[in-house]
Design a protein around this ligand. Structure first.
Ligand SMILES: *Cc1c(COP(=O)(O)O)cnc(C)c1O
Length: 425
C-alpha cells in the first residue's frame, strides 16, 4: 500500500496526457449536454456524469477521493462545513422516531445539533460518558437506535474515544459507528482500521490547516452491511421513490450506497455543497498534512511537558503527556502523536488566565483551533461566556482553562512566548 505521505501529495487526482498537473477549479454551476435524453439518464442515476455543482463537481470529487484514500474508505463526499458533514452522516440513516447514542465528550456545535436541532426533527439522542462501563453503554441502546457517534480526540475535552469498544457495541446492535476524526486527521489515526464505519471531518481545521476555508467531509468504509439489517435502514435497502425506485445497496453496492444516497437525496434537497474554490484550498492543505501533523504533535507534546513542570500552571490536559488520564488510550490509537491542542489551567483562576492571555504575543487569540499559526482561546471568556463559574465547572470547563492550539512554528518560540506571558501573572 502507498504510504500516507504519498497519498497526501498525489492521492485522488490522476491527470491524463496533457491534462492539468494540479487539480483544476471547475468554477461552473452547470454542464452542457447534446440531448435532453443524455441529461435524463444522469437524473435517473442511470449514468454518472456532471450536470449541476450542488450534486457533484470534479474539483470536489478529486479532493473527496483523496480523503477517502487517506482514511482507507471506499467513497467520500465534501460538504460546506463540518457541521453539515456530521448532520448528513447521521440524517442519512436516521429520521423522526429514531434514536442515536453519542459520546457526551464532543464538539459543542455537534452536541447542540444532536441534543436540540435533531431533537426538533424527532431524532432523540442519549449521551454517554466515553469512559462509562460496558453495562452503562449497553443500556443506552434502544430498539430504534440507528447509529453511535463519537470523536477520536474530542474538541475541547481532549478525551480519546475507545473506538474498538464503541464499534463492538454498535455492531452488536446492528448499527454503524460514526467517528468525527477532525483532530487527529488520518495521518495520526485511521478510525476505520479500528472498526469505525463512517468517518467525518471538519476540514476547516488541520486538513485545510491555514485558516482559509470552512468545509467538511464524510467517508464511508464500505464495510457496514446495511442489507444484513435491512429493516433498520430502509432508506438504503428499499426503493427510493424520489429516484424512480432505485435501491441504493442494490445499484451501488456496499462501497457506494451510503455516499450516493447522501449526495442524491440530502445534498439535492438540503444543499450545503462545498464550493470548488474551497475544495482546491483544502487540497493545498492536504498536500502537506503529513508534515504539518508531525510538527503539530511534536509541538503539542513539547509544550505540554513544559507546562506540566511550570510553577504557575495548575494542571495540564494532553492525551500524549505521560501521566495524563487518556495517555494509555492515546498510545494505542495515536502512537504517532496526539495533535497540537493542549488545555491547561493558569494558577490563580479566571483572572490569572485573562492576564496570561493578554500578554501572549506569538500565540494569538482566535475562536479557532488546528491551524498552522499558534492560537489560544479562554472558553470562560469566549465560547462559554454566558455561563457563570458554577455552570462552567458543571460543564467540565474550569474558569482557568486555556485552550492552546500549537501551530507549526518552532516549539522553542511557542514556549518562550508562554513563559514571558506567565511571568507577568
Ligand atoms: C470545528 C469542528 C466541527 C464543526 O466544523 P465546522 O467546519 O466549523 O462546521 C465539528 N467537529 C469537530 C470535532 C470540530 O472541531
Amino acid at each position: 500500500m502507498t504510504d500516507i505521505a504519498t497519498t497526501c501529495v498525489q492521492g485522488g487526482y490522476h491527470p491524463g496526457n496533457a491534462e492539468p498537473r494540479q487539480i483544476p477549479i471547475y468554477q461552473n454551476t452547470t454542464w452542457k449536454y447534446d440531448t435532453s435524453e443524455a441529461m435524463g439518464k444522469l437524473f435517473d442515476l442511470e449514468e454518472s456524469g456532471y450536470f449541476y455543482t450542488r450534486l457533484a463537481n470534479p474539483t470536489n470529487d478529486a479532493v473527496a477521493a483523496k480523503i477517502a484514500e487517506l482514511e482507507g474508505g471506499t467513497a467520500a463526499m465534501l460538504t460546506s462545513s463540518g457541521q453539515a458533514a456530521n448532520f448528513f452522516a447521521v440524517f442519512n440513516i436516521c429520521g423522526a422516531g429514531d434514536h442515536v447514542v453519542s459520546s457526551a465528550s464532543i464538539y459543542g456545535g455537534t452536541y447542540n445539533l444532536l441534543a436540540h436541532t435533531m431533537g426538533r426533527m424527532g431524532i432523540e439522542c442519549t449521551f454517554v460518558d466515553p469512559n462509562c462501563s460496558d453495562a452503562e453503554l449497553e443500556t443506552a441502546f434502544r430498539p430504534n437506535t440507528k447509529c453511535v457517534f463519537g470523536e477520536t480526540i474530542a474538541n475541547p475535552a481532549l478525551t480519546v474515544l475507545d473506538i474498538e469498544r464503541f464499534a463492538a457495541a454498535a455492531h452488536a446492535h446492528g448499527v454503524p459507528l460514526i467517528v468525527d476524526n477532525t483532530f487527529p486527521t488520518p495521518v495520526l489515526c485511521r478510525p476505520i482500521e479500528w472498526g469505525a464505519d463512517i468517518v467525518t471531518h471538519s476540514t476547516t481545521k488541520y486538513m485545510d490547516g491555514h485558516g482559509a476555508s470552512v468545509g467538511g467531509a464524510i467517508v464511508d468504509s464500505g464495510t457496514f452491511d446495511w442489507t444484513a439489517h435491512g429493516k433498520r435502514f430502509p432508506g438504503l435497502t428499499q426503493p427510493d421513490e424520489s429516484y424512480h425506485g432505485v435501491v441504493y445497496t442494490e445499484r451501488f453496492g456496499l462501497e457506494d450506497a451510503f455516499i450516493t444516497k447522501a449526495t442524491a437525496q440530502l445534498m439535492r434537497d438540503l444543499g450545503s455543497i462545498q464550493s470548488p474554490q474551497n475544495a482546491f484550498l483544502i487540497n493545498l492543505g492536504l498536500e502537506s498534512l503529513h508534515l504539518r501533523m508531525k510538527q503539530h504533535a511534536e509541538n503539542g507534546l513539547a509544550v505540554a511537558r513544559h507546562l506540566a513542570q511550570h510553577p504557575k500552571v495548575a494542571w495540564v490536559r494532553y492525551p500524549g503527556l505521560e501521566g495524563d488520564a487518556e495517555y494509555e488510550r492515546a498510545q494505542k490509537y495515536l502512537p504517532q502523536g496526539a495533535c497540537g491542542v493542549v488545555s491547561f489551567g493558569v494558577a490563580g483562576g479566571r483572572a490569572a488566565a485573562e492576564a496570561f492571555m493578554a500578554h501572549l504575543r506569538l500565540a494569538q487569540i482566535a475562536t479557532h483551533v488546528a491551524d498552522a499559526r499558534t492560537c489560544v482561546l479562554h472558553p470562560a471568556n469566549a465560547t462559554h461566556r454566558q455561563m457563570n463559574d458554577a455552570e462552567l465547572e458543571a460543564a467540565g470547563i474550569s474558569p482557568d482553562l486555556v485552550r492552546l492550539s500549537c501551530g507549526i512554528e518552532a516549539a522553542a518560540d511557542i514556549i518562550a512566548d508562554i513563559d514571558q506571558a506567565l511571568a507577568t501573572v
